[in-house]
Ligand binder design. Structure first.
Ligand code: AMP
Ligand code: ZN
Length: 436
């Protein structure tokens, strides 16, 4: 089977009409059911009827991550709780996560999107699919699971972690497809090798990798060391989770599920829409979502829309790899981290100066080293070792409770961190993940 659904190859002209109709309905739905959207429209003097089709989308106010935070936990939900059947969440800009809720129809649409994603890489009901994205509030595990189950493949709900066991199960169960982050895929390859197993002899033939930035060089490395095809898949919690867009066998940009998500590229400074082909910030409008409708959600991901048709016959426009962020969000070991979250913690700890630097590096292109260098006041440094250790542990435990990661903490003297124009560089990311 080449496509999962005929609508993947819908005539582009016909699709525009269809999208316009959905947009009209969705704008009205969001306005009538979510006070936040009503307020945004009213403030602009805009009525839902003013949005007659895609040509009017540019007038619709944007939605951002902070809107979720300010309406935490359920303020953007458009349906009563008896219609919500699942929650997911992702880290936000503070300790509070971004919360989304799905109705039965939303879950059905999500499974459809993920079925298309897996089918595009050749997964059929004969496959055994190992889902190594985390199961939990994170969308990865359950998202991939829903698609695999819809196809009728035999699904192994491994979740992440315990890499040796991942390799053992993969070998013993005969997993033919693997869903995980690209960095974890490399870790599986390394671990197999360290167990004396040639990764090429493992049964996996196709990998569906996403949830974090990666490069063509990483794709080549995975494909050659693992003897697989590695497909890029994209998504985000606010819009859906995995399944927003996916690589086909040509691996030349990710087809967007345009019958559910209408993409725009905007200039992140002027916020004006840019034509296809130009690089800017990706914005999505979900055309059918019931639980949490999203209008013009600013992903902050930088990419472009590829307008040329794809030889596979799918007509959903493709998006290029993610080439950067228009904000300062980092994805470390698969977790979204904002430098501000760290700053907020540090300024509230006595003895710590407000100057810090986050250093991220990737060892053997596998796991992220995450270090925070923190300037501390002179008196702390002259104190006994024990006091320093206590301070370090306090910083570590507070950071862990907010972002769930264990960075290495290095306490240094005031003015150790280099300043330029009086400012310290907050982040040094040596991974270079936003390159082609
Ligand atoms: P989350 O909502 O926690 O799943 O994080 C979503 C974010 O992960 C996106 O906005 C992107 O920045 C990043 N992301 C997801 N998939 C990819 C991918 N295939 N390539 C690059 N970045 C990705
Ligand atoms: Zn294609």
């Amino acid at each position: 089977m080449i496509y999962w659904s005929p609508s993947e190859c819908m005539d582009p002209e016909a699709r525009l009409g269809y999208q316009s109709e959905l947009l009209r309905k969705q704008v009205k739905y969001a306005y009538e059911n979510v006070p936040m959207y009503k307020k945004k429209f009213d403030e602009k003097g805009l009525k839902p009827e003013d949005i007659k089709g895609l040509e009017d989308l540019k007038h619709v106010p944007f939605t951002v991550k902070d809107d979720f935070r300010e309406n935490y936990p359920f303020g953007i939900f458009a349906v009563p709780m008896d219609r919500i059947v699942r929650f997911h969440a992702s880290s936000g800009t503070t300790g509070k996560p971004v919360v989304v809720g799905y109705t039965e129809n939303d879950l059905e649409m999500w499974a459809e999107c993920m079925a298309r994603t897996l089918a595009a890489g050749g997964v059929t009901k004969d496959d055994i699919v190992q889902v190594t994205y985390g199961y939990g509030l994170f969308t990865g595990g359950f998202g991939a699971h829903g698609g695999s189950q819809k196809i009728g493949s035999a699904t192994i709900p491994m979740s992440s972690g315990n890499t040796k066991k991942q390799v053992m199960i993969m070998q013993d169960f005969g997993a033919t497809a693997l869903c995980c982050t690209p960095s974890y895929c490399l870790q599986i390859i390394e671990t197999a090798a360290s167990m004396g197993i040639d990764p090429k002899t493992l049964p996996v033939k196709k990998c569906f990798l996403g949830a974090e930035p990666w490069t063509e060089a990483m794709r080549k490395e995975i494909e050659s060391r693992f003897d697989v095809k590695a497909y890029n898949i994209f998504g985000l919690t606010e819009v859906l989770g995995p399944g927003v867009s996916f690589d086909c066998k040509y691996q030349n940009g990710m087809h967007i599920n345009e019958d559910f998500f209408y993409p725009e590229i905007i200039d992140p400074n002027t916020l004006e829409p840019l034509p296809d082909g130009e690089i800017g910030e990706l914005v999505f409008t979900a055309l059918t979502k019931e639980g949490v409708p999203v209008l013009r959600y600013r992903t902050k991901d930088i990419t472009s829309i590829i307008k040329e048709p794809c030889p596979c016959g799918r007509t959903g426009r493709r998006m290029d790899r993610i080439l950067g962020r228009s904000d300062d969000m980092l994805i470390i070991r698969g977790v979204n981290v904002f430098p501000n979250q760290i700053e907020e913690i540090l300024i509230n700890i006595e003895g710590v100066e407000p100057t810090y630097q986050i250093i991220i590096d990737r060892e053997n292109s596998v796991s992220d080293n995450f270090e925070i260098m923190v300037e501390v006041s002179e008196n702390v440094l002259t104190d006994e070792i024990k006091a320093m250790e206590n301070l370090k542990n306090r910083i570590l435990s507070e950071i862990h409770s907010v972002i769930g990661l264990h960075p290495k903490i290095r306490l240094v003297e005031p003015f150790t961190i280099e300043r330029s124009a009086g400012k310290a560089r907050r982040v040094i990311d040596k991974r270079e993940l936003y390159t082609r």
